[in-house]
Ligand binder design. Structure first.
Ligand SMILES: *Cc1c(COP(=O)(O)O)cnc(C)c1O
Length: 364
């Protein structure tokens, strides 16, 4: 087999090797099923067990109270930009609050504006999305149908370190790029959603965690497939779900629970990896310049610039030739981005740190 690179892709992104190997071992015959997971009914007993395990793993990892449902929905995180306001905002007198800390939040807002009244409670645009707001900068409406945040802005590398106090309005969180990376307090959240392909599985499925009482808010007449109540009542099996994606989510969450040992342990590793990179950036005397304000730095997507774009291009190219892949920043912001999700190893991050030191010694 060709050698696997250290993959710093922002998404689809690296998956734990153990999960990939198990998928590979069971690709032709899922134990007990006599066929591949891609070839059996989504209403069969073996698939039912996969779905249950995936759900209960996520519930255990996040310590979800029983009032939260775990759903699997196609269409990625981007469909949730529309489903959230369709279900919770349509027909509401009050505006939904949106806190915009980067590119994905902006996209979420754009879809909500098509469904109802919205209010931008804070927008970091003037500071080039380098930080999250302080509580004192926010005036949130406690009666809003919800307040939307993006817990980690994947493109800018800016992450909430604590969550805004909404005064009671449910927080709706796009957690696509930091889902299951660390423990979070569940209680303020009405909905947490995440496209799987950053941290928990292949693309083609989003995990949606929703507090049960919000299911009652959906207006009549929504398209069946876009109604959270229908998804919940049918246990994500109204139609054929993305079976393979859900299977891999089960494998990855098994790994998180049983090999890593839960989200506290995962967070320790993730913080350690992020600190290794930020330490190199901070010690580089301005050769590497981090994008995010220190106190808002992401532990999943580390973003930085070099003195000029030619050096950035050379950095990406040379890194690739050393087996450090996909370090080019998002096309909208440029620079360098190292995505170091759960599956990225300390060893991989160390290899990148060593490369950064050597590159600076040569060019700096
Ligand atoms: C990648 C990403 C999305 C888009 O996800 P899709 O599943 O491709 O729709 C949305 N929000 C955040 C924070 C992301 O990182």
């Amino acid at each position: 087999m060709e050698k696997r690179v250290y993959n710093f892709s922002a998404g689809p992104a690296a998956l734990p090797l153990a999960a990939l190997e198990e998928a590979q071992r069971n690709l032709l015959v899922l134990p007990g099923a006599g066929a591949s997971v891609m070839e059996i009914s989504h209403r069969s007993k073996p698939f039912g067990e996969i779905l249950e395990t995936a759900k209960s793993n996520i519930a255990q990892l996040l310590k979800l109270p029983p009032s939260y449902k775990v759903l699997f929905i196609q269409g990625g995180a981007s469909l949730q930009f529309s489903m959230v306001p369709m279900n919770l905002l349509r027909g509401s007198e009050e505006a939904a609050d949106y806190i915009i800390t980067g590119s994905w939040g902006k996209k979420a807002l754009k879809e909500a504006q098509k469904e109802g009244k919205t209010r931008v409670a804070w927008d970091g645009k003037e500071e080039h999305y380098k930080r999250t707001p302080l509580q004192s900068e926010l005036s949130l409406n406690a009666k809003a149908p919800y307040c939307h945040i993006t817990s980690n802005e994947t493109i800018e590398g800016v992450e909430f370190q604590s969550f805004p106090d909404t005064g009671g309005a449910p927080l709706v969180c796009d957690a696509s790029s930091d889902f299951l990376s660390q423990p979070i307090p569940i209680e303020p959240f009405g909905i947490i959603y995440a496209g799987a392909q950053k941290n928990v599985g292949p693309s083609g499925v989003a995990v949606v965690i929703i507090r049960e009482d919000l299911l009652e808010r959906a207006p009549q007449g929504l398209p069946t497939m876009l109604d959270y109540r229908v998804v919940a009542e049918n246990d994500s099996l109204y139609n054929t779900p993305p079976c393979f994606g859900i299977y891999v989510i089960m494998l990855v969450t098994n790994w998180l629970l049983h090999t890593i040992g839960g989200l506290d342990k995962m967070a320790d590793v993730n913080r350690k990896k992020a600190k290794m990179l930020y330490d190199v950036i901070d010690a580089s005397e301005g050769f590497y310049r981090g994008h995010a304000a220190r106190e808002c730095r992401s532990i999943m997507n580390v973003t930085w610039r070099l003195p000029n774009e030619d050096l950035e291009a050379a950095f990406v190219k040379e890194a690739k030739s050393c087996g450090l892949d996909a370090l080019k920043g998002h096309r909208s912001v440029g620079g360098i981005r190292a995505s170091i999700y759960n599956a990225m190893t300390v060893e991989g991050v160390q290899a990148l740190c060593d490369f950064m030191a050597a590159f600076k010694a040569k060019q700096g």
